[in-house]
Write a protein that binds this ligand. Structure first.
Ligand code: GAP
Length: 522
């Protein structure tokens, strides 16, 4: 998580407890296996959450695969071309050796012998006196956003007065004086050791370590190992992208912050292949487009930033990485990563070519020396890859956090300002009262909207309870528009449209409703 730029305005912090309560109450997100007490790091999506995530996935698919970059031209002056792929969660174990995940996908962790808690070594902080030395006094460890931070801070302040926070690694080992985040006694934290984040499993009947395979920690490698298949079996020509969405698994040491750091999550990744000479231009192109995309689906405010990694943050093979980051309530005033856009060079294809001994070089017939007959000699090379890698769970969470609004002046103060494109409920039709012919007119309108927009999300019909309660229910679910049939509808064929965000109503002809909604949904 990164710090806020000094200039960034910092609006009032939203309550994560309130957001999580709304997610549960309205069927967006549930704890997985809740009736058994839940399972740490796993979340299920309820009816509205599942549709929200599908809308987000569909928007990504539409704007990255079917009509990449909204038809914008790339740095080569042509339309961007992409194709989809769907690959397995379990691949040959050598895939993960070649990619570097078996050897290097590790987090350093420390265990607490007393509380049995496990913490990322690089996330553990310790409170020490602001000036001078703690001597032989205990120092209190905490992990940034865990509830024990406030508790530990109080204890440290009692002991030292003015305190500051430092990394655990700056405390001389063996930390005999450190009291772990959930412990009472000092000296219970173990030495850090590397912990591989991949889940493993044994396919087949013989439960032998030699048959060990892994659940993918990223969808990207499925694309790299199919690069040759796609080139050989389709008519793609460089530059082009291969995109996919799907579940990935990481045995995170400390899953937390609702769905932000989960052990099972969904990614939407594009691997865009191009000539090495054009790769930096493509990297900049994708970085900028991805920022524009997140803005266009509802994160246009000051909570979204693009952060270019410093040179010392880059992987050894990377020539550039930027993160699209969102200021979640639990990271504020800092930001958390939504998507990484990485220039991966030719690292992955080279690794797979060397490990599999399969030629993954690409023959580019449009490059190389100009021949007397006017054609080109062609050039063999391993393409470079630009990778915009988004997380759909973090995306859905950012949309919910951004949309969550409290306005005490409204009869029902909580509502969810979701962009109409991703909102799970697109519209609601309400007969003001369940009599006088209003339900019949409403049902007709409902049928019309359902036929036209029912493939994009839910259309609701509700004639029970007061109209205020029905509006409030739709507001919390993030439904952008409610159409109400009232007495006037029966005489002049107009309905009211209520706008979720302003609460304002206007009248439009019942025959204009479909066009109105179509325009708003985009
Ligand atoms: N192929 C590159 C790659 O996987 P990453 O930055 O590790 O890059 C991409 O992951 C995105 O996947 C992140 O920006 C984030 O949105 C999402 N992601 C990663 N780990 C996650 C986790 N434990 N829980 C939820 N989302 C996660």
């Amino acid at each position: 998580m990164s710090e806020a730029p000094a200039s960034a305005a910092q609006p009032t912090k939203k309550s994560m407890d309130a957001i999580m309560a709304l997610c549960k109450r309205r069927g967006f997100i549930y704890q997985a296996s809740e009736i058994y007490g839940g399972i740490n790091g796993f979340w299920d999506y309820g009816p509205l959450g599942a549709q929200l995530k599908k809308n987000l996935r569909d928007a990504w698919w539409q704007d990255m695969i079917l009509n990449p970059c909204w038809g914008r031209k790339g740095p080569n002056g042509s339309r961007v071309r992409c194709v989809p792929l769907e690959t397995c969660i379990i691949q040959h174990p050598k895939v993960w050796e070649a990619s570097g995940h078996v050897g290097g996908f590790n987090d350093p962790m420390v265990d607490c012998k007393e509380s049995k808690g496990r913490y990322r070594y690089d996330h553990v902080q310790v409170f020490v006196p602001e000036t001078g030395d703690a001597g032989d006094k205990p120092v209190f460890a905490y992990v940034g956003d865990q509830p024990s931070e406030a508790k530990q801070r109080k204890k440290a302040e009692k002991l030292f007065g003015v305190i500051k926070s430092v990394a655990l690694s700056s405390i001389p080992q063996p930390w005999a004086r450190v009291i772990g985040p959930d412990a009472e006694k000092p000296g219970t934290l173990t030495e850090p050791r590397m912990f591989n984040l991949m889940f493993d499993t044994i396919p087949g009947a013989i439960r032998d370590e030699a048959n060990k395979a892994y659940l993918r920690p990223e969808t990207a490698q499925g694309v790299f190992v199919n690069f040759k298949n796609v080139v050989d079996t389709t008519r793609v020509k460089l530059p082009f992208g291969i995109g996919n969405t799907g579940r990935s698994f990481r045995n995170e040491v400390t899953p937390r912050n609702f769905t932000f750091r989960s052990r099972e999550f969904e990614q939407a990744e594009l691997e865009f292949f191009c000539h090495p000479d054009e790769s930096v231009e493509w990297y900049k192109f994708w970085r900028d487009f991805r920022m524009d995309w997140w803005k266009a689906i509802g994160l246009a405010g000051e909570n979204l930033i693009l952060r270019e990694h410093d040179k010392d943050e880059l992987s050894h093979y990377s020539q550039g990485t930027s993160d699209v980051e969102y200021r979640f309530p639990f990271t504020a005033p800092g930001f958390g990563e939504l998507e990484g856009i990485a220039h991966r060079g030719n690292y992955d294809l080279t690794q797979h070519e060397n490990t599999s001994r399969t030629k993954l070089k690409y023959f580019d017939a449009e490059r190389g020396e100009l021949l007397p007959n006017g054609s080109r000699k062609g050039e063999w090379y391993i393409p470079h890859c630009i990778e915009p890698a988004a997380g759909l769970d973090r995306g859905a969470l950012a949309l919910i956090c951004e949309g969550y609004t409290r306005d005490e002046s409204r009869p029902s103060p909580e509502f969810l300002k979701l962009h109409p494109r991703v909102a799970p409920i697109k519209a609601a039709v309400f007969p003001l009262v369940a009599k006088d012919g209003m339900p019949e007119v409403g049902e007709k309108l409902y049928d019309e909207l359902f036929a036209k927009f029912g493939n994009r999300g839910f259309i609701e019909f509700d004639e029970k309870q007061s109209i205020g309660k029905r509006y409030a229910r739709m507001d919390e679910a993030g439904c952008p528009f409610c159409f109400t049939i009232d007495g006037d509808t029966l005489t002049n064929q107009t309905v009211t449209v209520r706008d979720r965000d302003s609460g304002q109503q206007e009248r439009i002809g019942i025959d204009k409703v479909s066009g109105f909604l179509g325009e708003k949904l985009g």
